[in-house]
Design a binder for this molecule. Structure first.
Ligand code: PMT
Length: 217
């Protein structure tokens, strides 16, 4: 069914975990490896799409035929997403974007002292929510990494963020989710719910893009 069903389509995908620096040697981040986003980029390109991959730091190699934009922080990811947003047919937010960043960046390495150290955090911008607010005709796909109440939380994200699809990712399960080769997801649309069996992230990417193609046609 695949072949070139994304030929002539522009697809933007975010991947990886953002890094929020505290000082020249330390940052806050998460366990995202970029595998899910890179798999989506690879499959979308193989199916004919013109792919822009906005990548937080990742050890993975750039899939063939994909344009990769490297970013580090949530703020840099937001800037890149809105810079390249124009003309995209599909936007998929697979990145694990930090919700908080250190309020202050220390230009010098923070010194060890006696007692506890308190670090104040401030909110970052919610890129997916802004994409939903400023939507055009593009198909908007978000992820929801949840450790509890998977379906309820994903349903409410779909509405709140005005996305077309939310890929609900149960991160409580073993061998799937962050950094794993496999994933297990439920794809939630306005009146659809597709439970994909546990599979390699490339296989999961196929299933997600199948649903995107249905919405495009
Ligand atoms: O990279 P891997 O190791 O392969 O792991 C894949 C994954 C588990 C990271 C991926 O499948 C996944 O679930 N990505 C979303 C992780 C996440 O941050 O989920 P969330 O529920 O916190 O965020 C919800 C959605 O809002 C996501 O689409 C996220 O990209 C987006 N978001 C979040 C925060 C923020 N400031 N801006 C955003 O746009």
């Amino acid at each position: 069914a695949e072949d070139q069903d994304l030929l002539g389509r522009k697809v933007m995908i975010t991947a990886g975990g953002t890094q929020e620096p505290l000082d020249p040697v330390r940052f806050l981040s998460n366990h995202s490896s970029g595998k899910m986003g890179y798999a989506l980029a690879r499959i979308a390109a193989a199916r004919g799409a013109e792919v822009t991959l906005i990548s937080a730091p990742s050890n993975l190699t750039k899939p063939k035929g994909v344009e990769r934009i490297d970013v580090r922080t949530a703020a840099e990811m937001a800037e890149a997403v809105f810079k390249y947003k124009e003309g995209q047919d599909v936007i998929i937010m697979a990145a694990a974007v930090a919700d908080y960043r250190p309020k202050e960046f220390s230009n010098t390495k923070i010194k060890k002292k006696d007692g506890d150290l308190l670090i104040e955090l401030e909110r970052t911008e919610d890129i997916l929510a802004r994409l939903g607010k400023e939507r055009g005709n593009e198909i908007l796909v978000g992820f929801a990494a949840e450790s509890d109440n998977l379906l309820e939380n994903a349903q409410s994200k779909l509405k709140r963020k005005k996305a077309n699809l939310i890929v609900a990712n149960d991160i409580g399960a073993k061998d799937t989710g962050f950094a794993a080769d496999d994933n297990q997801v439920v794809i939630i649309g306005n009146d659809t719910q597709i439970n994909l069996p546990k599979a390699d992230k490339l296989e999961i990417a196929m299933g997600i893009l199948d649903e995107v193609v249905k919405l495009l046609n």
